[in-house]
Write a protein that binds this ligand. Structure first.
Ligand SMILES: NC(=O)c1ccc[n+]([C@@H]2O[C@H](COP(=O)([O-])OP(=O)(O)OC[C@H]3O[C@@H](n4cnc5c(N)ncnc54)[C@H](O)[C@@H]3O)[C@@H](O)[C@H]2O)c1
Length: 439
């Protein structure tokens, strides 16, 4: 244990299993990247846990260790991967089909990627209409399916001699659902499992199994998954960290960079039109209006919360915010996100900004999966449970305590994250006041 002024944190001893429900483009790019990093084939670009530093004390002290040297994180060589998918493809086959990594990189990583094979999934195409796979569990009710997932986890833990586990949902975006009565308490949810309640979606079954077993759960998609009272209650009961929703990559990442800047300078806004062309399987799934609705809700909330129209009605009271995703196969995973932003300045004069981001979705998402896995494991060892708002940095639609609006500004999120690490280790929080330098 590390003690002192900070919080006791159990050491990262032994192996960490990272469970991935959904082994498509993001998950396989993540697994391939971790193997590439630990064999010295590439660098962990985009990962705060691996490349980020943290300033400690005053600016004059020159103390800025790497985050991974400051807090006890699992070492990448101790990480083992397991997961589920509705297709039987190994991580190599799935990565090849996803088309994110080129043939040269895939060939170098093939022997390892072929060893990562998905277990049969909990899946029902009524919740992801565009997909149909054969690697799917059968059971007499949803409780039975949950028991099978738990058995997979226990076997994986035993076979690999793991000391700890985390789960990161990298599965497809499910159809839109709001939390209802069955989601209102653990007792009702468990009864719903017995009765195979239609509003219990597959992602919730994985989340339930993880949280029940005290395994931190991170939700990379906009599905409800662990964002409802029953899961929050269960997480508190089992002392488990939970977090979501929806990895903050591409266009929303850009939005949370730009919008706080306009607001800081009190520039007004009439509209923000965002459109994407995307040709991967995620794009195909999001071509279904019901899955898109889930994504749209996650993407639309951002501007409202950053710009706070209720506080600045003259600047942001009448914004037209539109988000579109168009499935366009030739682009594969190399998404193009266009933004047209209509702003206005002094005396109301209008201006326009155009952003054309030719990004690679899974290349942006993979380091977030790594950081979430390592930080959620740290949170667990530090005895933190329930919603981990300090990790909102990674999410488009951060899960917060009921009644609390989410913080979307990327730089406030980063400050919150780093201050949480300082707090854990008993270091002074950094307020950026800085008057002492001039006293
Ligand atoms: N790539 C990004 O930048 C990004 C950003 C934010 C969110 N996301 C979300 O991350 C998720 C993964 O994205 P992706 O590009 O890898 O998509 P993908 O379609 O390549 O992979 C998703 C995989 O999940 C599998 N799957 C679906 N339902 C499942 C279930 N119930 N159990 C097990 N497996 C299941 C699918 O068969 C597929 O292989 C999506 O929900 C996406 O919306 C991605």
């Amino acid at each position: 244990m590390t003690t002192g002024k900070g919080r006791p944190i159990a050491p990262a001893q032994g192996k960490l299993g990272i469970l991935l429900p959904g082994m498509g483009a993001v998950a396989t790019t993540f697994v391939a990247g971790v193997e590439a990093i630990r064999t010295g084939y590439s660098k962990p670009i985009g990962s705060l846990t691996q490349m980020g530093t943290i300033r400690l004390g005053k600016r004059t002290e020159n103390r800025s260790p790497l985050i991974k040297d400051f807090v006890p994180l699992a070492d990448l060589k101790d990480v083992v991967f397991g997961g589920w998918d509705i297709y039987t493809d190994s991580a190599y086959e799935a990565a090849r089909k996803a088309g994110v990594l080129d043939d040269k990189d895939l060939a170098a990583l093939k022997p390892f990627l072929e060893t990562v094979k998905p277990w049969p999934a909990v899946f029902d195409s009524q919740y992801v209409k565009k997909l149909h796979g054969e690697n799917v569990k059968k059971g007499k009710n949803k409780r039975d399916l949950a028991d099978q997932v738990t058995a997979d986890i226990e076997k994986f833990k035993k076979d690999n001699n793991l000391s700890r586990l985390v789960m990161v949902w990298c599965g497809s975006t499910e159809v839109y659902r709001e939390a209802g009565d069955v989601h209102s308490s653990v007792a009702k949810f468990e009864k719903g499992l017995e009765e195979s309640h239609p509003d219990i979606l597959p992602s919730m079954i994985y989340a339930y199994c993880a949280i029940k077993a005290g395994i931190p759960y991170c939700n990379g998609a906009p599905n409800l998954s662990c964002d409802f009272p029953a899961m929050i209650e269960l997480a508190k009961k089992t002392g488990t960290p939970i977090m979501g929703k929806d990895f903050k990559t591409g266009q929303t990442f850009m939005k949370t960079l730009l919008a706080p800047g306009f607001k800081a300078r009190l520039l007004g806004m009439n509209g923000w039109y965002s459109t994407n062309i995307l040709g991967n399987r995620d794009g195909e799934v999001l071509d279904d209006p019901e899955s898109f609705k889930t994504k749209e809700v996650s993407k639309l909330g951002v501007l409202e919360h950053i710009l706070q129209p209720q506080l600045y009605p003259d600047l942001y009271g009448k914004i037209h915010h539109v988000v579109r995703i168009n499935y366009y196969p030739p682009r594969g995973d190399n998404k193009e996100g266009w933004d047209n932003i209509d702003i206005f300045g002094w005396m109301g004069y209008p201006m326009q900004i155009k952003v054309d981001f030719l990004c690679r979705d899974s290349i942006l998402a993979a380091p977030l999966v790594l950081d979430l896995a390592l930080f959620s494991d740290l949170a667990s060892r530090a005895g933190m449970s329930g919603i981990q708002e300090w990790l909102s940095f990674y999410f488009k639609s951060p899960q917060t305590a009921p009644g609390l609006y989410p913080e979307h500004d990327l730089f406030i999120q980063l400050m919150k994250l780093k201050n949480t690490l300082r707090h854990l280790k008993g270091e002074d929080l950094i307020t950026h006041l800085g008057l002492e330098y001039y006293d």
